[in-house]
Ligand binder design. Structure first.
Ligand SMILES: [Zn+2]
Ligand SMILES: [Zn+2]
Length: 321
């Protein structure tokens, strides 16, 4: 009897140990253009970098549906299961993105998730601050699960060089046989990011204005990097301002003689409509690259770089014209 118990115990221990060992094993896959790495990302910008570096060996999708606002996005149980079945889940970090944190915690194997902003020095990370306008909750069912750090980290080309390297290194680890291919693609992307950094420096160096008005506080990292201020009509987590705050903003905009307001592709509400109607400003478009619109999602020539070129034109106008 004793022998049987020991035997059973040994089996149980063996199973537990091997299961645990398996949990953190790097899954080696024979990657080819017919057997691609299936990768999920949060923001479109991360998707774009991964597509450019991984090229023909990756199949990348953002977890956000077209036009989604990440501040109200919640994955379904089925979507969570799907993401966990992929070869990799790429996101910023737990502090910036509580929804991604939840998804990541459902993935046991640490090799299958990549928080690209984890290794970034805290000096480079912006705290998430409550927006100075108070806001009313007209819709009591809405809830924001906001993190302690500003989530819009993927707009800054300097930080993006670091994120791109983290992604490249991980692809090389998962698929060492195509190392040269990933390195070459990464080098091209890095050059583009450096170019965008130069252009941003160029338009901000002797800027006529030091403030930009935007539909919500999404350009904190760009503002911080290149020395200007953002004034969001809605806050960092896209909370809607009250009617009174809204009229204050309209007056403030007109008082400062700001000629332009930047409107983002996935932020549209009665708030931005009011600003557009009531203030004496000209609208400019800005792409925050959290998600693509439906129309954009069907095009295959859209990247961080192409969208950033448009953004730089708008920022240049808002700061200098
Ligand atoms: Zn946002
Ligand atoms: Zn709110």
């Amino acid at each position: 009897m004793k022998k049987i118990i020991i035997l059973v115990l040994t089996c149980v221990i063996t199973i537990v140990v091997s299961a645990c060992g398996n949990m953190n094993k790097e899954v080696k896959k024979d990657v080819s253009s017919n057997n691609k790495l299936k990768i999920y990302t949060t923001a479109f910008a991360f998707q774009s970098f991964t597509e450019q570096i991984g090229g023909k060996y990756v199949d990348v999708a953002s977890i956000y549906p077209p036009g989604a606002d990440l501040h109200s996005f919640e994955p379904t149980q089925k979507e969570m299961v799907n993401i966990a079945k992929g070869d990799l889940f790429i996101y910023s970090n737990n502090e910036m993105d509580p929804v991604a944190k939840k998804i990541a915690s459902s993935i046991n194997n640490s090799h299958l998730k990549l928080p690209v902003a984890e290794g970034i020095s805290s000096k480079e990370i912006l705290e998430s601050h409550e927006h100075e306008h108070e806001h009313e909750h007209e819709d009591e069912t809405h809830s924001h699960e906001a993190g302690s750090e500003d989530p819009h980290v993927w707009l800054d080309p300097v930080l993006n060089k670091k994120f791109a390297k983290v992604i490249k290194d991980d692809l090389v680890k998962k698929d060492p046989s195509h190392k040269a291919y990933y390195e070459k693609n990464y080098k091209t992307l890095r050059g583009d990011l450096e170019h965008i950094d130069q252009e941003m420096k160029h338009i901000t160096k002797h800027a006529k204005r030091d403030k930009v008005i935007i539909s919500h506080d999404s350009i904190g990292y760009l503002a911080h990097r290149y020395g200007f201020e953002q004034e969001g009509v809605s806050g960092m987590n896209n909370e809607e301002p009250s009617q009174r705050d809204l009229m204050d903003i309209v007056h403030q905009i007109d008082d400062t003689k700001q000629p332009y307001v930047l409107y983002e592709q996935n932020i549209s509400s009665k708030v931005t409509d009011v600003i557009q109607k009531e203030s004496h400003t000209t609208p400019l478009s800005f792409h925050n690259m959290a998600s693509l619109s439906k129309a954009e999602a069907n095009q295959n020539n859209i990247s961080y770089q192409t969208l950033m070129q448009q953004n730089i034109k708008s920022l240049d106008k808002a700061l200098n014209e």
